[in-house]
Design a protein around this ligand. Structure first.
Ligand SMILES: Cc1cc2nc3c(=O)[nH]c(=O)nc-3n(C[C@H](O)[C@H](O)[C@H](O)COP(=O)(O)O)c2cc1C
Length: 399
């Protein structure tokens, strides 16, 4: 768990004293300091298996799909439901700017959404045939699930959909992840073509990847434009969370209940947020990680391969949660690699990433840590399926 600094403690004590006044309590309630995981922004986690009268039968599949992992909780998706198919479109307006200049993370996020949709479709008695569409930036139709009648087969991964949350707290550093667990997770890639996982579980590899992640975090924080593009999505105010239903929040930081309570009382500046993030990356994310992993594909300009990488991540994270493990993506080295390419500057992080991944013919596109949790992860906000399904009243994007 992240240690609280003396300054934050004093700030906390002062805040607690201020709360004794009635005005303070009112402010805390308004900020949502007493609430965790409540309100419409969190309802999709509670109602994802529900069928309401009048709903399209396939809506339940989208209800599962929107709970997928996705970069910065931007939820860059729109769906179209037909009688026997679901189309997935990229909502490019929800991109993260210089954090993701080549849409690597956006397409990986789509892959995560496709995976949840497939698992739900099988659970509800459909046989999904999945098409992932290649195409450049101009083509926003990214995937189609054609659904034939099949037999209901809810899998272990399907059952984990509502319990999967990114865990940013400390992991149990005394409890290593056994090699047999890593092998089993790797096998989840078997049906996905040219997608691989590279593990950093031993002393030297783990240390080097950890160092790269911390260095890249510093570089993102020191890049004024990247830092602003990232911070823009952070939601701290209760009403803002309920209105937008997206973005990273205080409850998703993995901090203790007390720290989150204090954190919700005040607006969090970009600088404070970066300072916290860097400290947490060094002292918690990296310091307590028993193992890092990187998902690698043959060509990171290939959208289908990126989506396959996303499907693997969703599978691995669901599998991890179903088997008592915790996971957190740590994509800063990739974000710097992409930024270096965008700026045409020396590929410092890109070069080091390629050296560490060291798999001829493959490029790392997504890095994460894995371990046993010391505390449960909390849910992030979501827009409901109804809010992201293109209806008669909403325009359908052109393929
Ligand atoms: C492509 C991609 C990149 C991500 N990168 C990071 C990251 O660098 N650091 C992090 O803490 N979480 C990262 N995440 C996790 C998302 O922030 C998380 O999935 C999102 O906020 C929703 O929360 P949930 O996974 O708990 O539902 C990433 C997720 C995806 C799919």
């Amino acid at each position: 768990m992240a240690m609280m600094s003396r300054r934050s403690f004093l700030k906390g004590a002062a805040a607690a004293a201020a709360l004794i006044s009635v005005g303070g309590v009112t402010h805390a309630v308004k900020q949502g300091a007493f609430s965790t995981g409540n309100g419409p922004a969190y309802e999709p986690w509670q109602t994802w298996t529900d069928v309401k009268e009048g709903d399209k039968p396939l809506l339940r599949i989208v209800q599962a799909s929107v709970l997928a992992a996705n970069a910065h909780n931007t939820q860059p998706w729109l769906y179209r439901i037909e009688d026997r198919s679901i189309d997935l479109f990229a909502d490019i307006s929800r991109n993260i700017g210089t954090i993701d200049p080549w849409f690597r993370e956006m397409y990986i996020s789509h892959g995560c959404a496709v995976e949840n949709a497939e698992l739900a479709a099988r659970a509800y008695g459909y046989r999904p045939d999945i098409t992932l569409y290649p195409g450049g930036l101009e083509r926003i139709h990214v995937a189609r699930l054609s659904l034939e009648a099949g037999t209901e087969s809810p899998s272990e991964l399907y059952r984990a959909i509502g319990n999967r949350h990114t865990n940013r707290a400390a992991y149990d550093s005394a409890k290593p992840v056994e090699a047999s667990v890593l092998r089993e997770m790797e096998r989840l890639a078997d049906s996905l073509g040219d997608v691989r996982v590279v593990w950093f579980a031993d002393g030297a590899g783990r240390q080097e990847m950890g160092k790269l992640i911390v260095g890249a975090t510093e570089a993102v924080a020191n890049d004024a434009i990247q830092s602003a593009d990232s911070h823009r999505w952070f939601r701290n105010d209760w009403s803002e969370i309920q209105r937008h239903k997206d973005g990273p929040t205080m409850d998703a930081t993995g901090n203790s209940a007390f720290t989150r309570f204090i954190g919700k009382l005040f607006p969090v500046s970009e600088q404070t947020s970066n300072e916290y993030w860097l400290k947490a990356t060094k002292n918690t994310y990296v310091a307590t990680a028993p193992v890092f992993g990187t998902i690698a594909i043959k060509d990171q300009t290939d959208r289908v391969q990126l989506m396959q990488a996303g499907r693997l991540w969703q599978r691995m994270h669901l599998w991890a949660v179903a088997n008592g493990l915790a996971a957190q993506p740590l994509n800063q080295p990739h974000e710097r690699r992409d930024r270096e390419l965008q700026l045409g500057i020396e590929p410092v992080f890109g070069g080091e990433l390629a050296r560490l991944v060291n798999m001829p013919g493959y490029e790392g596109v997504f890095t994460f840590r894995l371990g046993y949790p010391t505390s449960p992860a909390l849910p992030s906000p979501r827009r409901s399926a109804e809010e992201v399904v293109l209806g008669a009243s909403k325009p359908t994007p052109k393929d």
